[in-house]
Design a protein around this ligand. Structure first.
Ligand code: ZN
Length: 140
C-alpha cells in the first residue's frame, strides 16, 4: 500500500519565533496543540498535500528538549501516513527494525503513532501515523 508524507517535524526553541519564517513564505499556522504526554507543543503548517510540524518542548525532560540540547534546532522526523499502523508495526518488527514504543500511542490530533529508531531508517527518525477511525478506537 502506498504511503504519503503526512508531515515533516522540525524541533524549534520557540514556535512563536520559528513560525515567522513560514508565514513570510506565505504559509499559515492552522493549528497549535499541546501533547502533554510527549512534553511538546506542536504547530501545524499545511504545505501542499503535506505539512510542517514545528515542535517546541514544554518540559525539560521532553524528547524535544533533549534533542535541542544535543543537536540544536533542525529536522527532527519524517511522518508517513498509514491506514494500518498495527500491520506496519508487526512487519517492521519482523524485519528487525527498532521501534521506540512497545505499541502505538496517541499523538497530536488523536492519531495513533509509532516511531522507528533512526538506526533502522538511514539516520532519520520516522513517525508512522494512523488517523483515528473513531474517538476511542484502538489501533488494528
Ligand atoms: Zn510528528
Amino acid at each position: 500500500m502506498s504511503k504519503s508524507i503526512d508531515h515533516i517535524g522540525i524541533a524549534v526553541e520557540s514556535i512563536d519565533k520559528a513560525r515567522r519564517f513560514y508565514e513570510a513564505l506565505g504559509l499559515e499556522v492552522t493549528a497549535i496543540e499541546e501533547v502533554p504526554q510527549e512534553g511538546v507543543r506542536v504547530a501545524l503548517i499545511p504545505a501542499g498535500a503535506s505539512r510542517i510540524e514545528l515542535l517546541e518542548a514544554t518540559s525539560a525532560d521532553s524528547p524535544i528538549a533533549k534533542f535541542l540540547q544535543r543537536r540544536g534546532e533542525g529536522l527532527h522526523h519524517l511522518c508517513f501516513a498509514t491506514d494500518d499502523l498495527g500491520s506496519d508495526d508487526r512487519t517492521l518488527r519482523r524485519e528487525g527494525a527498532v521501534l521506540l514504543r512497545e505499541q502505538p500511542t496517541r499523538g497530536a490530533e488523536g492519531c495513533w503513532v509509532q516511531f522507528v529508531h533512526p538506526k533502522s531508517a538511514a539516520g532519520v527518525l520516522i513517525e508512522l501515523s494512523e488517523r483515528p477511525r473513531e474517538p476511542t478506537g484502538e489501533p488494528t
